[in-house]
Structure formats: structure tokens, C-alpha cells
Design a protein around this ligand. Structure first.
Ligand SMILES: *[C@@H]1O[C@H](CO)[C@@H](O)[C@H](O)[C@H]1NC(C)=O
Ligand SMILES: *[C@@H]1O[C@H](CO)[C@@H](O)[C@H](O)[C@H]1NC(C)=O
Ligand SMILES: *[C@@H]1O[C@H](CO)[C@@H](O)[C@H](O)[C@H]1NC(C)=O
Ligand SMILES: *[C@@H]1O[C@H](CO)[C@@H](O)[C@H](O)[C@H]1NC(C)=O
Ligand SMILES: *[C@@H]1O[C@H](CO)[C@@H](O)[C@H](O)[C@H]1NC(C)=O
Ligand SMILES: *[C@@H]1O[C@H](CO)[C@@H](O)[C@H](O)[C@H]1NC(C)=O
Length: 291
């Protein structure tokens, strides 16, 4: 009989685990929007001798084991609820008896991002963990240029692309007019505010070339959302060289006209002086002859 125990032991375990409660939570992470409400689904099989006053439901943070919501003796038990969850959680009491132990989490915060464990017991028990991913959309990006006047070709300008209020961190990509990725001379910083939402600022340094366009593409990979903004360094931005060009052309035209006028005057003068000389020579000849 003693020798049989090692053989029976795994069988006993199997029997016991088949007596475990069937528990279901989402297998893929649940994405919830910051500030909105989320339902963390957890359902169990209520068949068999089920008595609501024997039911215990615990929701806790998987990592820290801090209590999110507790229910036993037929009522919510919130004495040991972690601070951040006060007034933000509830169970669907009318649906408990049909096996719905889902948690309603109101006004989702960035700090809620993470793993939650649902524990249910009613004679038998089980627990399961699920992931909550919090997302917040970024504002539309805005691109500014510094400096933005008195630009000459060859100068360096800083193009800044900014957006705020998003989560998780953004992916920022700069492209030129031909859609080529620009990765050199790009500095991107992302800073979280006290709510955990990020402000993004990406700076691209480029050499001024008139009529060049740069686009900033900013995306939130969790929400699969993208915003973009672009800036064109136009002839207007590059004001000084354009004016200088026209001044130069104008001056050149004036100079040319002046030269032409001068040439005409000179030619006339030369002609006149030649004729005078001829006349003088003629007189010379005459005087010589007369002599
Ligand atoms: C929760 O479960 C219900 C019923 O199975 C389903 O319709 C709903 O989409 C689920 N919600 C989430 C956030 O998983
Ligand atoms: C539990 O009940 C709530 C409220 O009716 C519902 O939104 C949710 O989808 C239910 N969850 C499951 C897993 O049935
Ligand atoms: C449920 O449990 C309570 C307390 O254990 C008991 O008084 C009640 O009779 C039970 N109800 C059923 C339907 O078994
Ligand atoms: C929760 O709600 C109660 C009653 O409305 C209120 O007195 C308490 O200050 C609230 N707690 C938090 C943390 O909001
Ligand atoms: C630009 O970068 C993005 C993201 O890194 C990539 O998906 C894309 O293929 C790149 N495009 C080019 C033209 O290199
Ligand atoms: C990056 O900046 C350096 C000088 O700061 C410059 O020499 C280089 O050409 C720039 N690269 C690009 C791709 O603009």
C-alpha cells in the first residue's frame, strides 16, 4: 500500500485540479483609454452547489499584491483597498451568481498600467492574471523653426516638433520631401508630467536650402494612431538672399546700361575728335600747300 503512494500522488493532484474553479480572463492585454472606464473581465463556472454567501472575490495587483477590490460575506470589503483605487472600483453584484466576477475600473490612470490578478473561491478556488495597458492619444504635433528669419543658404536651423498628453512614449520620425527618413542630427526627449502623460519634443538640425520641406511623423504604437506636421523653408523664410539677388541683378542691369551709355558717348566723342583731327590735318595740308 505504501508503495502505491508515489503512483497515486499525481492522480490525486489531477483530481484536485479538476475540482478547481474554471476561471477565464482575457489572454491578450486589455487596452484602456486614460480617464475612461475599463472592464477587467473575469468569469467563472457557477455550476454545482453554488452559494453566494460562500463566494469570495479578490482583485489585486499581481506584482505588489496590493488590494484593488475584495468581496466576501455577500458584500464589498474595502477596508484594505489600496489608496489609488478608492471610489474607482466595483463588481457587477447582480451578475456574480451567474459567474461574472469582472471588475469595473473607473477613470483609468497611467499608474493602473500593469497586471491584475482575479482570485475567486467558492468551496474550490482559482486565480488568473491579465494585463491592462493604458493609452492616451497625443495632441496634433506642431513644428516650429528657430531662427525663422534672416536665413541664408548654408545656415543651420533647428526644426522642433512637439506634442503632449500621450501614453506610452511616442515614436518620432522625420522625413524630407522625398519621404526619406532623416535620422542624423535628431534629438528627441520625452518627459512625463505628474499624471504620467508624456510631452514629446524632437529637434532636427538642417542646413537651409530654399524650398525644402520637412515632415515630423509622431505615432502612438499602442493606439496605432499617427499625427504629422511639416514645415517648408520657402523663399520667404530665406528673405535676405532673395532681396540680395534682386538688388544684385538690378545693380548689374544699371551698370550695364551705364556702360552702354558711356560707350555710345565715347564713340561719338572719338568720332568727333577724329573728324576734328581730320579737319586739322586738312588745314595743315592746305597751309602747307599754300606755303
Ligand atoms: C468582456 O466579456 C464580454 C462577454 O464575454 C465581452 O463581450 C467583452 O468584449 C469583454 N470585454 C473586454 C474588455 O474584454
Ligand atoms: C460582466 O458584466 C458586465 C456588466 O453587465 C459586462 O459588461 C461584462 O461584459 C460581463 N463580463 C463577462 C465576462 O461576462
Ligand atoms: C448559503 O450559505 C449560508 C451560510 O453559510 C446558509 O445559511 C444558506 O442556507 C446557504 N444557502 C443555500 C441555498 O445553500
Ligand atoms: C470617495 O467618495 C467618498 C463619498 O463620496 C468621499 O467622501 C471620499 O472623499 C472619496 N475618496 C476619494 C479618494 O475620492
Ligand atoms: C523609415 O523608418 C520607418 C520606421 O523606422 C520604417 O518603417 C520605414 O521603412 C523607413 N523608411 C525608409 C524609406 O527608410
Ligand atoms: C549634422 O550636423 C553636422 C554639424 O553639426 C553637419 O556637419 C552634418 O552635415 C549634419 N548632417 C545632416 C544629415 O544634416
Amino acid at each position: 500500500m505504501m508503495d502505491l503512494f508515489p503512483l497515486l500522488f499525481p492522480m490525486l493532484l489531477t483530481l484536485q485540479s479538476s475540482a478547481f474553479l474554471e476561471l477565464q480572463v482575457p489572454e491578450v492585454p486589455v487596452v484602456a483609454l486614460f480617464g475612461q472606464d475599463a472592464i477587467l473581465n473575469c468569469s467563472f463556472d457557477p455550476t454545482g452547489a453554488f452559494n453566494l454567501s460562500d463566494l469570495n472575490v479578490f482583485w489585486q495587483l499581481t506584482d505588489t499584491k496590493r488590494t484593488v477590490h475584495s468581496f466576501w460575506a455577500d458584500r464589498d470589503q474595502l477596508a484594505d483597498q489600496a489608496e489609488g483605487f478608492a471610489n474607482r472600483t466595483s463588481l457587477f453584484h447582480t451578475q456574480l451568481s451567474s459567474g461574472n466576477a469582472s471588475l469595473l475600473l473607473r477613470n483609468v490612470q497611467i499608474s493602473d498600467d500593469g497586471s491584475f490578478t482575479c482570485f475567486v473561491s467558492s468551496g474550490t478556488y482559482n486565480s488568473a492574471s491579465m494585463l491592462l495597458q493604458v493609452a492616451a492619444p497625443y495632441s496634433k504635433p506642431v513644428v516650429t523653426m528657430e531662427p525663422n528669419s534672416n536665413l541664408r543658404p548654408g545656415d543651420y536651423v533647428s526644426l522642433s516638433c512637439a506634442a503632449y498628453g500621450g501614453f506610452p512614449m511616442a515614436e518620432v520620425l522625420w522625413q524630407d520631401a522625398g519621404g526619406r527618413n532623416l535620422t542624423d542630427n535628431v534629438t528627441t526627449s520625452q518627459v512625463a508630467n505628474e499624471e504620467g502623460l508624456f510631452s514629446v519634443r524632437s529637434v532636427l538640425q538642417v542646413m537651409v536650402e530654399p524650398q525644402s520641406t520637412y515632415m515630423c511623423r509622431l505615432s502612438n504604437s499602442l493606439l496605432r494612431e499617427e499625427g504629422h506636421a511639416s514645415v517648408t523653408i520657402s523663399g520667404q523664410g530665406v528673405a535676405f538672399p532673395t532681396v540680395a539677388l534682386w538688388v544684385t541683378v538690378g545693380l548689374a542691369v544699371c551698370l550695364l546700361a551705364l556702360l552702354v551709355a558711356l560707350a555710345l558717348v565715347c564713340r561719338r566723342k572719338i568720332k568727333e575728335s577724329c573728324e576734328e583731327e581730320k579737319q586739322v590735318r586738312f588745314l595743315d595740308v592746305v597751309t602747307t600747300l599754300s606755303c
